[in-house]
Ligand binder design. Structure first.
Ligand SMILES: [Zn+2]
Length: 267
């Protein structure tokens, strides 16, 4: 007996946030450690003023040499546990995650990993700019201030990116499977707590079965940039649409509108 899909999605949302926090925390410590070491080398005179600009220019390469790739591999492992969770979620629909699905999912994962690397690169670029401007202006580098904001900024960006993309990744595979299995109705699933945004809370509290076309017509506050069917409430959203057949939705206590109920009897 499988756990129902909405339950699996809610549990996965909580586990995912925890795992992302751990990975992002590690990334933040790594970045701060690297900058602190750079500062120490400048202060000890190991890096001369003449070479400082060059070293800063190669900040990203320096990070790679210091183990950035290992930090990125942690993100890759996050996606592996997401795939494992998906396997259970698809089974809860009486479907199977095939090798083909997994191969397709891997393409999505690759592009998400590139996005995460790009975010880090952007923050590195902005830190590098701050440092170079300071060197050119002849003002002393405030390494403490830079270090204090660098890791935290990169971490916050990567965290938002991962929260959004991993949830959307899971949803993309589920939407695909739903289509394949001929399921055209969904319930909104995920945690309802003090950080849940109003858009999501309202949908959760309606506790209702929706048709795909109704969901596709919904608007969150991203101006269509992050469609509701793919990303729920948008940035950082932990909620997902669980494909559910009307009879299963009814059994689980969701409000099933009359238009779907005849379907429930026939199937
Ligand atoms: Zn949400």
């Amino acid at each position: 007996m499988h756990k129902p899909l909405p339950t699996l999605i809610e549990q996965r949302a909580e586990a995912r946030s925890r795992q992302i926090k751990a990975v992002v925390g590690s990334l933040e410590r790594f970045l701060n450690r690297h900058l602190t070491r750079l500062l120490e080398r400048v202060q000890s005179g190991e890096i001369s003023a003449a070479n400082l600009a060059q070293t800063i220019g190669k900040l990203y390469e320096g990070l790679r040499a210091a183990g950035l790739a290992e930090e990125l591999r942690r993100i890759e492992r996050l996606y592996s546990s997401e795939l494992e969770a998906l396997r259970d979620e698809v089974e809860a629909l009486d479907g199977v995650l095939t090798d083909f699905d997994v191969a397709q999912a891997r393409v999505l994962i690759e592009s998400d990993l590139e996005n995460a690397a790009t975010r880090i690169n952007e923050v590195v670029g902005s830190v590098r700019g701050t440092m170079m401007r300071s060197i050119l202006a002849g003002t002393p580098l405030d390494f403490a201030a830079i270090t204090a904001s660098f890791g935290a900024r990169a971490a916050a960006q990567v965290e938002a990116e991962l929260n959004t993309n991993m949830s959307a990744f899971n949803q993309a595979v589920l939407n695909d499977k739903a289509e394949e299995l001929g399921i055209e109705t969904f319930v909104y699933s995920g945690p309802n707590d003090d950080v849940t945004r109003d858009f999501c809370r309202d949908l959760l509290e309606q506790n209702k079965l929706w048709a795909r076309e109704d969901i596709e017509a919904m608007q969150n506050d991203t101006n269509g940039k992050l469609p509701v069917m793919e990303t729920g409430g948008g940035w950082n959203c932990r909620h997902q649409w669980a494909p559910l057949r009307p009879k299963d939705a009814e059994e689980l206590g969701f409000d099933v509108p009359a238009e779907f109920q005849s379907e429930a009897v026939e199937s």
